[in-house]
Design a protein around this ligand. Structure first.
Ligand code: BG6
Length: 484
């Protein structure tokens, strides 16, 4: 782990990501005593700001829910200083280096530790990386860690290019590629649920499971991010990374230990067993105005091209051709501007033999990632009392019912920055993993962005998604329960 006298530099300190995620996460860790009391935090950006100004901006975005948080703010802000400078010139990096040197010599640090967080667009990763390497690399036998944020490329080719450009600058050991879904509590729980419970472990295969679904729903559109989103689309935005990560953890084989490389080796292996995504096994949509006309359609966004075919909803059939999963239909779904915000996994089991029962429903395991984490299993049980009928009911682990409100569950970014501080790569994306995931999605993305793709199906803002959804799911073995 990094020690008490680490410098943490946040590049893009005045940008959105830093304000909304990075600084609040650093504060959360500090508040919970997970960051050393003397750590040195430096914000870096182009804007000329005083230390006071950057502190004010940061504090505006901190959620101070209770007295404990309020009591910690001043101490936290005192740790933060600011350096302004360009991203493509040495001068700012030299200033930064001096500031870190000063801190290190004042504290008699013999092996400097420096953690750089690039809350920046990938177009500047390489320039900034190379300036860090030349002007701000920890001296003596110091150590460096660098966190980068998605998107890691636009397709297989550009992702490889980015990796090639970064490779001479930093070792894989030094690089931490964030996919914030890997920091979510329930996602971190997946391997424990699967491999720590024999009844699940034993049934986790094509003999017992009839379908798997992972769905990501957001109840809002691209609001204000249209220009960015139009180049990206829902598949790149959340599927190639967040949702695929969840599926990978759900389907990989048992790693020999929780060692980061053991886990990531297994992830890569299962990804290689995925079959090519077929353009004939997808449902693609773009949202239109809400039914009552109060919410805009995607194309009403002024920052979006008038005739944009950008996909804001995708359901994709996936198949894994290995012994465990062959024949199990898997559907990944993700969409903006839907009826609710929710991310969950649904695993349906095969029906039991009918004989004794006239009608009996299948088991279903639901793992809700957000909001309100929960794991529940739908099981058949006799209706209590004199009845001999069965009913489908829940074995229910809903976190808000089980754990008190004071129980600290770190936010995704808190968990991941802490992991990086500890030097644990388990929940970060390895280069070969990135490569396979792009290889999987690139042909489909090429098709969607070609003239051969007619256009996505419309669905109303606030609806459940494109009309064809029910049929698509049924085709993939999904059995609807009474509630639909
Ligand atoms: C980001 C996407 O990576 O993840 C956003 O760019 C999306 O479009 C977000 O809204 C979802 O993250 P969360 O943690 O809010 O579910």
């Amino acid at each position: 782990a990094f020690g008490d006298h680490t410098s943490i530099v946040v590049f893009g300190a005045s940008g959105d990501l830093a304000k909304k995620k990075t600084f609040p996460a650093l504060f959360g860790l500090y508040r919970e005593g997970q960051l050393p009391a003397n750590v040195n935090i430096i914000g870096y950006a182009r804007s000329k700001l005083s230390t006071e100004e950057i502190r004010e901006r940061i504090v505006d975005n901190l959620k101070l829910k209770n007295d404990k948080a309020k009591a910690k703010v001043d101490g936290f802000l005192k740790l933060i200083s600011y350096v302004s400078g360009p991203y493509d010139q040495p001068e700012g990096f030299q200033k930064l280096n001096e500031a870190m040197n000063e801190y290190e010599s004042k504290n008699q640090v013999s092996k400097p530790e420096r953690l750089f967080y690039l809350a920046l667009p990938p177009s500047v990763f390489t320039t900034v990386g190379s300036n860090i390497k030349t002007y701000a690399y920890p001296p003596k036998e110091g150590r460096l860690r660098i966190i980068v944020e998605k998107p890691f490329g636009h397709d297989l080719e550009s992702s490889r290019k980015l990796q090639e450009d970064l490779a001479p600058l930093f070792t894989e050991e030094e690089l931490y590629r964030i996919d914030h879904y890997l920091g979510k509590e329930m996602v971190k729980n997946l391997l424990v649920l699967r491999f720590g419970n024999e009844f699940l472990n034993a049934a986790w295969n094509n003999k017992h499971i009839s379908s798997i679904q992972i769905s990501f729903k957001e109840a809002f559109g691209t609001e204000g991010r249209g220009g960015y989103f139009d180049e990206i689309g829902i598949i790149r935005d959340v599927m190639q990374n967040h949702i695929l990560q969840v599926l990978t953890l759900l389907t990989m084989e048992r790693p020999t230990s929780f060692d980061p490389e053991a886990i990531r080796d297994e992830k890569v292996k299962v990804l290689k067993a995925f079959s090519e995504l077929s353009k004939d096994d997808v449902l693609l949509g773009q949202y239109t105005k809400s039914e009552d006309g109060s919410k805009p359609g995607y194309l009403d966004d002024e920052t979006v091209k008038n005739d944009s075919k950008c996909v804001t909803y995708a359901a994709i059939g996936v198949q894994i051709h290995n012994e465990r999963w062959d024949g199990v239909p898997i559907v990944l779904r993700a969409g903006k501007a839907l009826d609710e915000s929710k991310v969950e996994i649904r695993i349906q089991f095969k029906p039991v033999a009918k004989g004794m029962f006239k009608e009996i429903q299948r088991n279903e395991l639901v793992i809700r990632i957000q909001p309100d984490e929960a794991v529940y299993m739908k099981i058949n049980s006799k209706i209590p009392g004199i009845s001999t009928e069965t009913s489908l009911t829940d074995l229910d682990l809903t976190y808000s019912k089980r754990y008190s409100e004071d129980f600290w569950i770190p936010e995704a970014y808190e968990a991941l920055i802490r992991d990086c501080y500890l030097g644990n790569h388990s929940n970060f994306v390895r280069d070969d993993e990135l490569d396979v995931s792009w290889a999987l999605f690139t042909p489909l993305l090429n098709y969607i962005e070609s003239d051969d793709f007619p256009k996505p199906e419309g669905y109303a803002y606030g609806s459940k998604g494109p009309k064809g959804l029910r049929q698509f799911l049924e085709k993939h073995n999904y059995a609807f329960s009474q509630e639909g």
